[in-house]
Design a protein around this ligand. Structure first.
Ligand SMILES: C[S@@+](CC[C@H](N)C(=O)[O-])C[C@H]1O[C@@H](n2cnc3c(N)ncnc32)[C@H](O)[C@@H]1O
Length: 253
């Protein structure tokens, strides 16, 4: 009997996935499938906290930042939150799934957003052309998070801010916990979220991937280290809602 490798499995140090091509193919297909229900499911699964988390990111930008790149923008809510808070004058929203970007057009503020279909690991943007980069729940899907950070830094002007909002792997050692996450947390990730995905979005596999991707990703401390190694300075971590989500930020040195 042959063995199959999980293409989403990650190296525990670099966070790189085992099979980048298969992973990227699966991620594209998944978000294309759920694009129509994506916003609704976010609000439902987070009990509407996701709106508040995006506002926290926006508040970290300097007022009236010029051009903000929203990386892995999806349906655009993070860039739109920056515009609504008066923290961005214009947004470039990059995502490799056009069906997700299509959701931006009908939203308030969309006239200041330029949707661009492109890969976050090979941005179709010139060097030093944006004043800040934000990425909401996107880096966890990249095949190589360090390569994603290098691209963000390439297009960011010197001194500009990077703000990453995401769910990271629970770092039990850092909080002095020896055993795995409590049973209700495991149950919510492995059973409840996929079950709600099946019921509401009619896509169990998509929501099983999304909750599994948190457990496979780097911890927030490891990701902050990756940002420092990539050349970011003034790196900070902000815990949101009991550490369910985090903002990790820094500046291009
Ligand atoms: C969970 S959604 C996040 C959407 C949005 N940023 C938000 O705050 O809700 C992740 C998005 O990342 C996109 N994505 C994943 N890998 C990508 C890549 N290599 N290049 C561009 N977009 C990517 C997916 O298509 C998807 O729209």
């Amino acid at each position: 009997m042959g063995t199959t490798t999980d293409p989403h499995q990650r190296d525990s140090v670099t966070g790189r996935v085992a099979d980048p091509a298969a992973h990227a193919r699966a991620v594209r297909s998944l978000f294309a499938r759920i694009s129509g229900v994506y916003d609704h499911m976010n609000h439902l699964l987070s009990l509407d906290r996701d709106r508040r988390w995006r506002r926290r990111v926006a508040a970290r930008l300097a007022p009236e930042t010029g051009t903000v790149l929203d990386l892995c923008a999806g349906t655009g809510d993070l860039g739109l939150a920056c515009l609504a808070a008066g923290r961005a004058r214009r947004v470039i929203a990059v995502d490799f799934v056009p069906e997700m970007l299509a959701g931006i057009a009908a939203k308030p503020g969309a006239h200041d957003v330029r949707p661009v279909v492109g890969d976050g690991l090979r941005l179709p943007l010139r060097a030093d052309c944006v004043d800040a980069v934000v990425a909401g729940f996107g880096v966890r899907n990249l095949t190589d998070p360090a390569a994603g950070l290098r691209e963000m830094l390439r297009v960011l002007r010197p001194g500009g801010r990077i703000l990453v909002l995401d769910f990271f792997r629970a770092d039990l050692a850092a909080v002095g916990v020896r055993r795995g996450p409590p049973a209700p947390v495991n149950w919510a990730l492995s059973t409840l979220i996929p079950a709600i995905g099946r019921l509401v979005a009619r896509d169990h596999a998509a929501y099983a991937y999304l909750s599994g991707s948190m457990a496979r990703f780097l911890s927030v401390g490891e990701f902050a280290d990756l940002m420092r190694q990539a050349g970011c300075r003034d790196v900070f971590v902000e815990r949101l809602t009991l550490g369910i989500a985090h903002v990790v930020g820094g500046r291009r040195g």
